[in-house]
Design a protein around this ligand. Structure first.
Ligand code: NAD
Length: 351
């Protein structure tokens, strides 16, 4: 299922599809595509950010590839609905409770990061952000207050929600370097004290072979910038994960390079670049399609079990960067190529 969305979404998803077509030809697969609306374009067409037919179609798909949603056209805070509502709803409806974001700076792009190459070299982190609980889904409200108004959002998690995402993270750690770090704020928040006790129990009972530690979120914000190499798999709740993964994205230098996967225990996974719809460059043909192309690799690996095909794409992207091809966001002012040309370079490298 292709959900191109808004802004540069359609431009980068088009390149993702070209890569899937090339994989099909090379490995003898047949992918059946269908395309639906989500986000601002869906609000324009149907008045809602996630139309029922989009959701129904996604439920029957093997996997979903999403571009991005949003843009200034739909930014009015008084609007009845916003494009982002489509994202929250699809995650909740498909029970995509774990968001996986690999952060592995390319050795060919160490200069693209604002951090010193000696700090980021060798970094290879898999962030797992809980995606369907916490503050973003808890009760929210406003009421009058002597000074004007007061507002609240409730951070809420139950044992089952914590168990399933910690378990998925520990399983991922087992397939990697065997280390799991849980990030929380247990010195202040009761919710985090529940995270800590539930995680400790699961790790002791089910994953004695995985080295497990806990780090406070404020400390983690520093460690990510000072010693990112020390982390393997990192699991955390929704809000902390939202912030830390964007911070982590700067280790690689560009949002245009990072894919993500949102997974549940059953049903289709949702794969997307981590960047937004980039309205400032939409329609110019200069968006970096590599994050979406790498999301396609994650899709093949996690939803279709096609490891060799996934690795073929990742190797091709690495070769393209090694050969010095750059879109504008990672060109550091030097010569750059456009979205389609970058897609074509990846196809050529795959061949
Ligand atoms: P953004 O990620 O769209 O853009 C931030 C900056 O990075 C911009 O300068 C943009 O040009 C650049 N950029 C992003 N992706 C790029 C790419 N592939 N190639 C080259 N440059 C790239 O974030 P924003 O500007 O804060 O948000 C724009 C819109 O996107 C907003 O409406 C926001 O709500 C939405 N958004 C959507 C998602 C999503 O769909 N998952 C995520 C974040 C933001």
């Amino acid at each position: 299922m292709l959900l191109p969305g808004d802004g540069i979404g359609p431009e980068v998803v088009k390149e993702g599809r070209r890569v899937l077509d090339a994989i099909a030809t090379r490995f003898g697969h047949r992918f059946v595509f269908s395309e639906h609306l989500i986000g601002g374009c869906a609000i324009d067409a149907h008045g809602v950010a996630l139309p029922d037919d989009t959701l129904a179609a996604c439920r029957t798909a093997s996997a979903v590839l999403l571009g991005a949603v949003g843009g200034p056209k739909w930014d009015d805070p008084k609007a009845k609905t916003r494009p982002e509502a489509g994202l929250l709803k699809i995650r909740k409806e498909l029970q995509l409770f774990a968001n996986l974001r690999p952060i592995k700076p390319s050795p060919h792009l160490l200069d693209a990061s604002p951090l010193r190459p000696d700090i980021i070299k060798g970094t290879d982190i898999l962030f797992v952000r809980e995606l369907t609980g916490g503050l973003y889904f808890g009760e929210a409200g406003r009421k009058p207050h002597a000074s004007g108004e007061e507002a609240w959002n409730v951070m809420i998690y139950n044992t089952g929600e914590i168990e399933r995402v910690v378990r998925m993270s520990a399983q991922a750690a087992r397939k990697r370097r065997g280390r799991l770090t849980m990030v929380d704020k247990a010195n202040v928040l009761e919710v985090c004290r529940l995270w800590r006790s539930v995680s400790a129990k699961i790790m002791a009972e089910e994953f004695p072979d995985v080295k497990y530690d806990v780090v406070l979120v404020d400390a983690m914000a520093m460690h990510l910038l000072s010693r990112p190499r020390d982390f393997d798999v990192v699991v955390t709740e929704n809000l902390f994960g939202d912030i830390l993964t964007d911070e982590g994205s700067m280790l690689t230098g560009s949002m245009g390079l990072l894919p993500s996967a949102s997974l549940g225990t059953s049903g289709p996974g949702l794969y997307e670049p981590i960047h937004g719809s980039a309205p400032d460059i939409a329609g110019k043909g200069i968006a970096n399609p590599l994050a979406t192309i790498l999301a396609v690799a994650m899709l093949l690996r996690h939803s279709l079990g096609l490891e060799q095909e996934a690795a073929t794409i990742e190797t091709a992207v690495d070769a393209v960067l090694a050969a010095g091809h750059r879109t504008r966001d990672i060109a550091a002012g030097k010569h750059s190529i456009g979205t389609e040309e970058m897609g074509a370079k990846v196809l050529a490298a795959m061949a």
